[in-house]
Design a protein around this ligand. Structure first.
Ligand code: SF4
Length: 260
């Protein structure tokens, strides 16, 4: 079968499967660029199940880019607490100011100039908010496409990028799992996926969180959200690194959230 026909068959099967099995996620009910950007920045390093309640609470508090842009950055950092990689909060606040003042950039290059937005996030906003025919390829999407040898499928037909991408996300997250894919439940098995039935060796385990620099950064930020933190030899280096990222201000051996 020529590549284009294969890609079309994959795409049709995937989109049909998605209509029946796709997950109902709150950011799939909007095309608002700000709301899509919030979801994408939250999802960059945090699992879907943890993001859902935080995303909903965030939009209740700051429903528009203008509302977030007008909020003190210290409140934004404090509200991000627990999602990890807190630099994302500062980036989101800065991006909201640009969206509120200038509107959403309409091309990938412009989107990539937003703080915290790399090639993947730019493609996601272009696809999900602006309806453009680009496929954002994350680790799940890449895995499915590699296994199914369906690289041609990343060129969607006009108007199909959104559904195709969401289908690939969900297939990668729930069926084509990293180690033991559930090929019996996969719409691509019947389409002749060359990897069906295979299992895969475990990938490198993520480093321990306990005692890590990430944990120390999170603990200091939580403390700073509650009030000024006195620095000593045990936490000064962490505070300086956080200050470099714009997450705290250090004055006279005391760390506070910026502007507090
Ligand atoms: S058939 Fe199996 S390996 Fe192929 S895409 Fe589906 S779940 Fe993944």
């Amino acid at each position: 079968m020529p590549d284009t026909a294969l890609a079309r068959a994959f795409s049709t099967r995937l989109r049909r499967w998605f209509r029946r099995h796709g997950r109902d996620l709150p950011w799939r009910r909007t095309r608002d660029p700000y709301r899509i950007l919030v979801s994408e920045l939250m999802l960059q390093q945090t699992q879907v199940a943890r993001v859902v309640p935080r995303y909903e609470a965030w939009l209740e508090r700051w429903p528009t880019a203008r509302a977030l842009a007008d909020a003190p950055v210290a409140d934004v950092i404090a509200a991000w607490n627990g999602l990890g990689y807190n630099r994302r909060a500062v980036n989101l606040h800065a991006a909201a100011r640009i969206l509120a003042d200038e509107g959403i950039p309409t091309d990938l290059e412009g989107l990539r100039r937003l703080p915290g937005v790399g090639p993947y996030t730019a493609a996601a906003v272009a696809c999900f908010a602006l309806g453009q025919d680009v496929i954002p390829v994350d680790v799940n999407v890449r895995r499915v496409l590699d296994r199914a040898a369906a690289v041609a499928a990343v060129t969607p037909e006009p108007g199909q990028a959104y559904d195709l991408t969401q289908a690939l996300f969900d297939l990668g997250a729930t069926v084509c799992l990293a180690r033991v894919p559930r090929c019996g439940a996969c719409p691509l098995a019947a389409e002749g996926c060359p990897s069906r039935g295979r299992t895969y060796a475990p990938t490198r385990a993520q480093g321990r969180f306990e005692g890590s620099n990430r944990q120390r950064r999170g603990a200091l930020l939580r403390a700073a959200a509650a009030g000024p933190v006195q620095l000593d030899d045990g936490n000064r280096a962490v505070a300086v690194a956080l200050e470099r990222d714009g997450l705290v201000a250090v004055v006279d051996d005391t760390a506070t959230l910026p502007g507090r």
